[in-house]
Ligand binder design. Structure first.
Ligand code: FAD
Ligand code: UDP
Length: 378
């Protein structure tokens, strides 16, 4: 008899959700995480009474009612609606691409005028693709030109994307940009989903609720004593890097990581909203987050005399840094498939989450995945 039914490597959203579900079915779980805290990338730190998203801005959004009900049963969510701005050469544009953006870009006021502008630019992109003998966009640049045309691509997409991914848009997969909404109404809500918000009191409350009563050991790296950990449980749920699990035997998967420069400022309201993207290449950071706006609305922003901002710098991942975004280009996708084949042959190990599945997952799909994978357990 082993001591635990499950050893769960990683106390991030996937590991915590899986542990919660299995514990509620009477299974014993040990969760370990190499970081000094629980929650993985959704972890927040309280600075001057403000919840600072330590690993970048996190906005929960979904149309999956079961996932929304699941998280709201654990902690109620507020009404935060993400409506970021883009700053290009000092001018501000609304995101996502909508009638406000088109008015700011071209002075057009009606959907018909905006559609005509975009359509003529899309036509140029289509003609160029036809001349090249292709009918599907081969990369992010072609996808963006086809979606929204050259003006917006050059001012609001190209520089930001190349900073974020460290690669030319012509070498990035088209799907990254497909998730950006384009709409011909005056609506700055970044997401199309039915539900969105931030847990009232911050994400740590969600993590606490998920891990309530579960044994968790932080500062504990699976690879420091792998055999001993494996010997303690019938099954392993692994949410770390899949290439590391297999000793990098086929080579390393690439990631992008983010460096945060945090500043406490002696003003109550610095930029007037949570997220401002800096879309030109010459500005070295990608965006500035002002954390209090996730949880304080209207005049409540002024209740505190200070604010906390973070500048985000995107860089290539190296050993010792946190891996953030999988780089799903052709090389990495093929490499992942090799590791995936090994994972599928395992009988006692489950791989879940952003790193183990090498997938650009948002929070709600991670929870959906954990719900489904836990349901599939005997
Ligand atoms: P993680 O949170 O990475 O958890 C994995 C855990 O495993 C980590 O805590 C790690 O320390 C631990 N671990 C790894 N290896 C080992 C080991 N060897 N031993 C022990 N422990 C180990 N999603 C949204 O829905 N909305 C957003 O606005 C949003 N913004 C984001 C912004 C940024 C900058 C990033 C990077 C992600 C964002 N996401 C967002 C995605 C969101 O963070 C993820 O979907 C979610 O946190 C993934 O959870 P996870 O458990 O798969 O991974
Ligand atoms: N993007 C862009 N300009 C922006 C915001 C986003 O070009 O101002 C592109 C960029 O390629 C990015 C993708 O859209 O990688 C998805 O952005 P989103 O903000 O949805 O994702 P996140 O980086 O927050 O996961």
């Amino acid at each position: 008899m082993k001591k635990y039914d499950y050893l769960i490597v990683g106390a991030g959203l996937f590991g915590a959700t899986f542990a919660h579900l299995m514990q509620s079915r009477g299974r014993s779980c040990l969760v370990i995480d190499k970081r000094p805290h629980r929650g993985g990338n959704i972890y927040c730190e309280n600075v001057e009474g403000i919840n600072v998203h330590k690993y970048g801005a996190h906005i929960f959004h979904t149309s999956d009612r079961e996932v929304w009900d699941f998280v709201n049963r654990l902690v109620p969510f507020n009404r935060y609606t993400n409506s970021p701005l883009a700053n290009y050469e000092g001018r501000l544009y609304n995101l996502p691409f909508n009638m406000n953006t088109f008015y700011q870009m071209w002075g057009v006021r009606t959907p018909a005028e905006a559609q005509a502008r975009i359509e003529s630019q899309r036509q140029e992109a289509l003609d160029a693709m036809r001349r090249a003998g292709v009918d599907e966009p081969r990369n992010l640049e072609e996808q963006a030109l086809l979606l929204i045309g050259r003006d917006i691509y050059e001012r609001l997409i190209k520089g930001y994307t190349e900073k974020q991914w460290g690669r030319p848009c012509t070498e990035l997969p088209a799907f990254i940009i497909k998730r950006l909404p384009v709409r011909f109404v005056y609506d700055n809500n970044y997401f199309n989903d039915d539900f969105q918000g931030i847990p009232i009191g911050g994400y740590n409350l969600l993590t606490d609720a998920l891990l309530d009563g579960v044994e968790v050991r932080c500062n504990t790296d699976f690879f420091a004593d792998r055999a001993a950990f494996e010997a303690q449980a019938d099954r392993v749920v692994f949410t770390g890097k899949i290439d590391e699990y297999y000793g990098y035997r086929f080579g390393q998967l690439e990631y992008r990581t983010v460096r945060f420069e945090e500043e406490v400022l002696p003003v109550s309201n610095w930029q007037g909203c949570a997220v401002v993207n800096y879309t030109e290449r010459a500005v070295p950071f990608t965006r500035i987050i002002e954390h209090k706006h996730f949880e304080r609305f209207g005049s409540a922003v002024d209740d505190q005399p200070v604010t906390v901002i973070s500048r985000e710098y995107s860089t290539e991942w190296q050993a010792g840094l946190e891996p953030y975004y999988p780089v799903n280009d052709a090389r990495n996708t093929a490499l992942y498939q090799q590791y995936r084949a090994l994972a599928e042959a395992e009988t006692n190990v489950v791989f879940g989450g952003r790193l183990a599945e090498y997938k650009y997952y948002d929070m709600a799909p991670v929870i959906r995945r954990a719900l489904d994978m836990a349901a599939a357990e005997k």
